[in-house]
Design a protein around this ligand. Structure first.
Ligand SMILES: NC(=O)c1ccc[n+]([C@@H]2O[C@H](COP(=O)([O-])OP(=O)(O)OC[C@H]3O[C@@H](n4cnc5c(N)ncnc54)[C@H](OP(=O)(O)O)[C@@H]3O)[C@@H](O)[C@H]2O)c1
Length: 284
């Protein structure tokens, strides 16, 4: 029997990509409007699960405002940890598989080479600590789960780095991007594709789900600028030049080797993902 999916956070970058893909592939799904589906409400979540009876819940909802989280830890924890605990528990009780997404910001950035699933967490900021607490909640709930850590997510909409770069370049002849901040740009197109394969294979446990390769913001920006023929000059900068409320890991790239091995196929490089993204979602 084929799976039926419930998408939480369906208006976000990743949630929207699932909606688009399920619609295109004619896969049964429910994507309640976020206003009717607040994941912090236990009653709403229970009603939602009992009403729709999905076989898989995709939790794409999150509080992702890394800097604002420093001043709003209660909100970050309520959405990224406490709500996740409740959803995980409700799914376990109903034998529903839970797919939950976490972040490279659960690492402290000091390793200097790609993090594996065996490396210890050490978040530097409130957002990272709240996401780590969410991971622990999923693991402790003990139900069927896929915990997928991803990084530097870009999908359709105004909040992704590519869109922002394009807007900045319209106003600035020079753009300074951090060369000492490294991770893996990861496209929602590939997160959706890999997630659906992993669910179909009934993989379970913790995996890193990123595109392949590593990049600094400067590398990423230069690649995009060339593809979009931006007129701005892209210059390397240091993280220290941009003081922000939240400390960020300097190196949070993660290895996707465990996932590629489980899937039996590689995950495309981030450059390939940028190329496809720009074809599917032309930027103006
Ligand atoms: N974006 C990144 O660079 C990045 C990096 C690493 C990991 N991740 C993880 O990847 C996953 C998907 O991220 P994304 O980029 O798609 O995030 P996103 O675009 O910020 O989407 C998250 C969605 O969750 C919604 N939401 C917030 N609180 C909610 C609540 N109480 N109930 C229901 N919905 C709620 C948000 O709505 P509002 O906008 O109205 O608040 C938003 O539409 C998340 O788990 C995120 O932590 C993202």
């Amino acid at each position: 029997m084929s799976d039926s999916f419930l998408i939480l956070g369906s208006n976000g970058q990743l949630g929207r990509e699932f909606v688009k893909e399920f619609t295109a592939r004619r896969i049964p799904f429910t994507a309640p409007d976020e206003r009717d589906c607040d994941i912090t409400s236990t009653e709403t979540m229970a009603t939602m699960l009992d009403g729709h009876r999905p076989s898989v819940v995709l939790n794409c909802a999150a509080y992702n405002a890394v800097d604002q989280a420093e001043a709003a830890p209660d909100t970050a924890y309520r959405i990224n940890a406490e709500a996740v605990r409740t959803v995980a528990e409700l799914c376990r009780q109903r034998r529903i598989m839970l797919v939950h997404y976490s972040s490279d910001y659960i690492f402290d950035g000091r390793k200097g080479s790609p993090y594996t699933e065996q490396d210890p967490a050490g978040p530097l900021n409130v957002y990272g600590r709240s996401k780590r607490a969410g991971e622990e909640a999923v693991l402790h709930a003990g139900g069927e789960h896929l915990l997928l850590r991803t990084s530097w997510v870009f999908g359709n909409g105004p909040q992704n780095f590519i869109h922002k770069l394009l807007q900045w370049s319209k106003k600035n002849p020079v753009l300074r991007l951090t060369a000492d901040e490294t991770s893996v740009p990861t496209c929602t197109l590939d997160i959706v594709d890999v997630t659906l394969d992993a669910v179909r294979m009934r993989l379970s446990g913790l995996y890193h789900l990123t595109n392949s390769g590593v990049a600094s913001r400067y590398d990423w920006g230069r690649y995009v600028a060339e593809k979009l023929a931006l007129s701005s000059e892209i210059q390397p900068a240091s993280l220290d030049e941009f003081p922000s409320p939240a400390r960020r890991p300097k190196y949070s790239a993660m290895s996707n080797a465990a996932m590629t091995s489980a899937l039996g196929r590689p995950i495309p490089a981030w450059q390939d993902a940028v190329d496809r993204f720009l074809t599917v979602y032309p930027q103006h």
